[in-house]
Design a protein around this ligand. Structure first.
Ligand SMILES: Cc1ncc(C[n+]2csc(CCOP(=O)(O)OP(=O)(O)O)c2C)c(N)n1
Ligand SMILES: [Mg+2]
Length: 599
């Protein structure tokens, strides 16, 4: 029998199938830490992974959930530790991941006394964990609080939060007695097979069968339905665009896959959406409506497991609430095979031209390195089981556009929240989830300075436990908050200025070597290929510190008149790097033309 509430909590988590917790200690959770230590001493699980910061623990738990489909768990102390978790939990919330946060709290005897580290935690977590946040007040509550927090997180694919006052953690555990005012729960959750009614499926099939130019948009919700999606795309002679979180639903080696959609997306995805007469969206709530067809242009069918996320981006004719795989399977017998025609041929031509353009753009010389070239050279070298992660920053552009992913790989980023600093902690979460899979995080220098450098110390601590040591961090070292620099220029027409955008210089390769990892500094384009080869065969984690040109423009798939105007205004207003970026922008837009621009 477990001796105290914390021992019981650990045991119940194991019964829920939790194999590891990501955490940072503090005296608000001392009782739980003691129980974890006892459980580990007895050779039991869960294993615990100590991060450098509670936000990183939450990112790791989110990545673990993303890459395993199981409950991610993070643990933090009361007050400051709990507060630190928030950004990582919002990341999980916005990318619909099941993450349970367990946090300490001031003792019940002190609560309400303005006590040290006493923060109103139920209120603090009320938004991010709105599906379930509760404070345990008695030992008999612990069982149902854990059971409900875990099940609701899994069923609703959202963070939940369990608050445990520190004095309660060390109380003897009591099971709820068989009497009034007690709750009797059990472990386990199996997702139901959610299928729309036949009538709805028939209406959807009619629309899809009538369409002559069908476009499919696939997102994270389609990841478990890859074969069905490809089959449907072939029946309908459709092109397939992908939201960033659905990057590996279908490989970029498939000729009718137009790649990513959106501001970071591709021109063939843009063309697909602008020219289609029928839109099928599967498992995506991609938000930017300007990249979808105009209202009235296309008839629409959407499949999503979450009724709250359906019919909110484009006025759909039929909204199918259902599991993507089961729903597509039910639709397939109702779909008529379309003959191959000009629509498919045009899509495939566009895709072919796009990849040629990507190669050309990656070869445009830059000072010293064109970041696209790093991604272009990585594609053919990617092992088939690779996991690729992008941080928020310009790396997300190149990850979205230039990388050729195959369907056997996995990939993610912070999609909904688009937070900086998730790259390295995500990679750590991925390595714990799949130690044998080579994992590559593409991270900006701003994000490295924000979180990545600290979490490399966590890599240093744990990499020997992984069997396959290949965790590679590609740092885009441009001494600039580049994505925002370009957003200022293209969206607002504002100028870049040093006080806002410059970053302190840093040698990330030297830092990696200093802490016992491998560091490879890349300062010449010819060194890119050998750097990837060395990193992918390394006997330890590697940081590739690539000195890249901040003037290479992450061009949107098509440039609107407003964006060109804004861009021009930033030049006229005296952007402090206009000499370099205008030259690069023109070379990227009109390859071969190299204008003389006054510096
Ligand atoms: C936590 C957080 N802070 C700020 C931002 C706004 N932001 C988005 S990208 C970016 C610049 C990232 O710079 P860096 O990591 O150096 O990557 P680069 O774009 O230079 O490659 C900023 C500041 C954000 N998304 N998240
Ligand atoms: Mg940068």
């Amino acid at each position: 029998m477990p001796s105290n509430v914390s021992d019981y909590l650990c045991r119940r988590l194991v019964e829920w199938g939790v194999t590891r917790l990501f955490w940072y200690p503090g005296d608000g959770i001392n009782g739980i830490l003691g129980a974890l230590n006892r459980a580990n001493r007895d050779g039991k699980k869960p294993q615990f992974v100590q991060s450098r910061h509670e936000e990183m623990a939450a990112f790791m738990a989110c990545a673990h959930a993303k890459f395993t489909g199981t409950l991610g768990v993070c643990l933090a102390t009361s007050g400051p530790g709990a507060i630190h978790l928030l950004n990582g939990l919002y990341d999980a919330k916005m990318d619909h991941q099941p993450v349970l946060a367990i946090v300490g709290q001031a003792a019940r005897t002190a609560l309400g006394g303005d006590y040290q580290q006493e923060v109103d935690l139920p209120t603090l977590f009320k938004d991010v964990a709105h599906e379930y946040v509760h404070t345990a007040m008695s030992p008999e509550q612990m069982r149902h609080l854990v059971d409900r927090a875990a099940r609701i997180a899994l069923a609703e694919r959202t963070p939940t939060c369990l608050i445990v006052p520190k004095d309660l953690q060390e109380e003897p555990y009591e099971a709820p007695p068989h009497k009034h005012d007690t709750v009797h729960t059990s472990v386990g959750y199996a997702a139901p097979r959610l299928l729309p009614a036949d009538e709805q499926l028939r209406r959807a099939a009619e629309i899809l069968n009538a369409g002559e130019r069908v476009a499919i948009l696939a997102g994270a919700g389609a990841l478990g339905a890859a074969a069905e999606l490809e089959y449907v795309a072939n029946l309908l002679q459709a092109g397939v665009a992908k939201a960033l979180l659905g990057r590996t639903v279908i490989g970029d080696d498939v000729p009718f896959v137009t790649g990513s959609i959106g501001l970071l997306g591709t021109k063939p995805s843009w063309d697909l959406m602008m020219d289609c007469d029928t839109l099928l969206v599967v498992g995506s709530s991609f938000p930017y409506s300007e990249f979808l067809p105009k209202e009235g242009q296309a008839r629409g069918v959407q499949i999503d497991i979450d009724p709250r996320l359906i019919g909110i981006r484009y006025p759909m004719d039929v909204n199918l609430v259902g599991d993507a795989r089961a729903t597509l399977r039910a639709l397939i017998p109702m779909l008529r095979e379309k003959p191959r025609g000009e629509w498919r041929a045009k899509i495939e031509r566009g895709v072919g031209e796009w990849w040629k353009l990507m190669e050309e753009r990656s070869r445009i010389p830059a000072k010293p390195i064109n970041p696209q070239r790093l991604f272009w050279e990585l594609s053919p070298r990617l092992p088939s089981d690779a996991i690729v992660i992008a941080d928020s920053g310009s790396s997300a552009n190149w990850f979205a556009r230039d990388l050729k992913m195959r369907s056997t790989m996995s990939a993610t980023l912070s999609g909904g929240l688009a937070t900086m600093g998730c790259g390295v902690p995500y990679a750590i979460g991925a390595k714990f989830a799949h130690p044998a899979r080579p994992t590559i995080a593409c991270v900006g220098d701003g994000a490295m300075q924000m979180n990545g450098m600290a979490e490399l110390l966590t890599v240093k601590r744990y990499w020997r436990d992984w069997g396959d040591p290949r965790l590679i961090v590609l740092v885009l070292n441009n001494s600039d908050l580049n994505q925002v620099t370009w957003e200022m220029r293209a969206m607002a027409g504002d100028t870049r200025y040093e006080a806002s955008q410059d970053l302190p210089a840093m040698n990330y390769a030297a830092y990696a070597e200093e802490i016992g990892l491998r560091g490879i500094r890349v300062e010449r384009p010819e060194a890119i290929g050998p750097a990837w080869d060395a990193a992918l065969t390394s006997d330890r984690p590697v940081v590739i510190d690539a000195v890249v040109d901040p003037d290479v423009p992450p061009l949107p798939p098509h440039i609107t008149l407003d964006q060109s105007k804004a861009f021009l205004m930033s030049v006229l207003r005296g952007d402090d790097r206009r000499g370099g970026f205008v030259k690069q922008a023109i070379e990227h837009m009109f390859p071969g033309l190299s204008p003389k621009v006054p510096a």
